[in-house]
Design a protein around this ligand. Sequence first.
Ligand code: AMP
Length: 348
Amino acid sequence: MLAIAAARLGFRCHIFSPEAESPAFDVAAERTIADYADDTALVHFAKAVSVVTLEFENVPVSTLKVLERHVPVAPGPSALAIAQDRLSEKEFVASLGLETAPYRCVNDPADLERALSELGIPAILKTRRLGYDGKGQFKVNSASEVPTAWTALQGAPVILEGFVPFSREVSVIATRASSGAFTAFDVTENEHRNHILACSVVPARIGAPAAKAAMDAAHRIGEGLGYVGTYAVEFFVVGDGSDERMIVNEIAPRVHNSGHWTLDAAITCQFEQHIRAVAGWPLGNPMRRFDCEMLNLVGEDIGAWSELARQPSTKIHLYGKREMRPGRKMGHVTRPLLRQEQTRCRDF
Ligand code: AMP
C-alpha cells in the first residue's frame, strides 16, 4: 500500500525483503531479496535509492544503521529502537508524563511472582520484543499459572502489565515531517478479536477532551522520538463521559491497520502521508470525508470476498497473499456508516 501510494506521487519503489514472495513485489519497480544481516546486499540497495523507509517495526536496528551510512532512513534507528522494546517504550512514554499500564520488568519466575503480587491478578505477561497480534503474550489469571506463563514465553525477556479495565480501545494515526509539521487523522475506535484487530470505526465514541488528549499525546510522542513518517499510538480509554482517561498502550512506528480506513475515507491517506513525510514533501490534508467502519478479512474471512465485492458501497482491498492461514490478515473492507446506523462493527 505504501508502494502504491508512492507510485501515485511519481516515485519508483525498490523493495528490500528477506521473503521471496513479498506482496509488495507485485506493485513495485525493483526488488532485492536478501537477509536483513546481508551487509553487501544492504549497501548495494542503499546506493540504488534516494531514501529508505520501512513498513514493519521488526527490521533490526543494526540493518537501519548500515543503511543510514549511505542514504537517509526515516523513521530513524533511534525511534525504532525505542518502539521495538516494550520496556524502553513504556519508560519513554512515562518520561513524557503520559500514563501507561502499570508494569514491571521480569527476569525470572521469582520476579514474576513478586510483580503479580504488586500489580494484582489478572495481569498480562508480554515479551519485550517481537510481539504482535497477541503473539508473545500470556494472560495470567492466577498465581498457580506462573510456571505455565513462564514456559509459554520460553524465557524471553518480558514485562508484566497490570490489567487495564478499559471501556474502549482507540488509536491515533499521526504523521510528522522532518520540519516538525504534524498531522493526525480523527481518533479511531478499535475492536479486537483473539488479539487481532477485527474492526475500526471512525469517529471513536469518546468525548472531545479525550480526543484532544489523545492527539496531544501522539504529538508529544512524535516530537520526543524525532519521528519522520506515519506512526500509530494505541490507547486504552478508562472511564466514561467526563471521566475518560487515556492510557498509552503501544506505539507502532509505521503505518497501521487501524488507519486503513484513510485509504477510502480521508482526503490524504496514511500511506501517502508517510511517503510525503519521508520524501520531504509538505503533508496533505488528513480530513475525514465520511464516517466509516473498516473490517479486517482475517484467515478464512477471505472466503467472503466475492459477496463483499457485490456490495456497491463497500471498498474491498485484498493483499495478494498467496497462502491463507488462520489469523493471517488477508485484506480489509471499508464502508460508510450512515447517520441512522447505530450498530457498529457489523459482521459482513
Ligand atoms: P498489545 O499487543 O500490547 O497491543 O495487546 C493486544 C491486545 O491485548 C490489546 O489491544 C488489548 O485488547 C489487550 N491488552 C493488552 N494489554 C492489556 C492490558 N494491560 N490490559 C488489558 N488488556 C490488554
